[in-house]
Design a protein around this ligand. Structure first.
Ligand code: 5GP
Length: 336
């Protein structure tokens, strides 16, 4: 374990609102329940309590769509600047503080959210205000675009991301995330083109479920992403493109298994990439519902089969190095 803990490694796929330590979420929930009369709340006290109980007991997901049902309650708890700042501080500390930090470098991602108390720009400034304490060599921000967003919101998100980057804030990339069955990805093309022109890295959740059509996967690959999230169900044609381009794949083992998009670690697509020496980055996705950590995900690489993948220390070190090489701050063409 000391070997894993001291290994230089980058966490490149962690969603802010899915990574809040449960103790902090419980504190925020207690304050929420005790505050304001019920009528002014977007989510009822009972619904908040139910989600906290689920998270404490361990969520059981029958399919990936169940997972997205957790977020309205979490969002209700992080909708003020002070609550969002506390949540962000706790997430950054979880990954970056302590004698043996989970990672050497973190690219934290979050979806700019408008609430009664914050504009999208204010939301991002609150997150950046916390992130700044660590310096760009340790922590940077990826702005997530949700598949449910329309043109007006996408324009606002892109303008804000570019403005913050131009102001010298550590905004290093944009992401496509959210319910994998929602929206039409073609709408996003011009925004990802524009992001790339502004020197931002592009990462896309892609082929996350069996239901994502091949046509959509090829459309997303035509955006020329720098990295891919999950990429679980790439067909032969898509695999060929990804292999030719050597595009780094962000691998989230526990997330895939708990969301039931992969049935067991022994048949995870990571095996194919390891065999091919294809660049991957081991990541956590959402440590809150998946009750994991980056060290835990690396431990799965080393654990003997069938529990883990039985990799040697040298193999795990090589995997960790790939994550460091795939940081947006160190990629050619992507400026920090
Ligand atoms: P946030 O962006 O609000 O900080 O983090 C939570 C959001 O990230 C969720 O609402 C969802 O849109 C996105 N997200 C978190 N985990 C996943 C995942 O595994 N797949 C996809 N497609 N989106 C995710």
């Amino acid at each position: 374990i000391i070997f894993i803990k001291t290994l230089p490694k980058a966490e490149l796929h962690a969603h802010l609102n899915g990574s809040i330590p449960i103790s902090v979420l419980q504190e925020l929930a207690r304050e929420y329940v005790a505050s304001a009369p019920l009528s002014s709340k977007s989510v009822s006290n009972d619904a908040i309590r139910a989600v906290i109980d689920d998270l404490l007991n361990g969520v059981t997901l029958d399919e990936i769509s169940d997972f997205f049902g957790l977020f309205p309650a979490i969002y209700a708890l992080t909708s003020t600047p002070s609550a969002l700042a506390r949540a962000t501080r706790a997430v950054l500390s979880l990954f970056l503080d302590g004698e043996y930090p989970q990672c050497t470098y973190l690219e934290l991602r979050t979806t700019p959210r408008e609430t009664p108390e914050m504009t999208r720009e204010q939301y991002l400034r609150v997150v950046l205000g916390e992130l700044r304490h660590y310096g760009v060599q340790r922590a940077a921000l990826i702005v997530s675009l949700d598949r449910r967003m329309g043109n007006e919101v996408l324009r606002e998100c892109l303008d804000v991301a570019k403005k913050l980057k131009a102001d010298g804030e550590p905004v290093v990339g944009v992401d496509l995330c959210g319910d994998p069955m929602a929206g039409d990805v073609e709408l996003f093309r011009e925004y990802f083109d524009e992001a790339r022109d502004a020197g931002l890295g592009v990462t896309l959740h892609i082929a996350e479920t069996k239901q994502n059509p091949t046509r959509e996967t090829l459309q997303l690959l035509s955006f020329s992403p720098d990295r891919l999230g999950h990429a679980t169900f790439l067909d032969e044609e898509a695999q060929k493109i990804v292999a030719e381009r050597n595009t780094c794949i962000e691998i989230c083992l526990s997330s895939n298994i708990l969301c039931r998009t992969v049935s067991a670690i022994g048949c995870h697509h990571i095996r194919h990439h390891l065999k091919q020496g294809h660049p991957i980055a081991i990541c956590t996705d959402d440590v809150l519902p998946f009750r994991t950590s980056l060290v835990g995900e690396y431990a799965l690489l080393m654990a003997p089969k069938p529990l883990g993948l039985g990799l040697s220390e040298a193999e795990v070190k090589a995997v960790a190095e790939m994550s460091m090489q795939s940081r947006f701050v160190s990629m050619a063409g992507v400026k920090s």
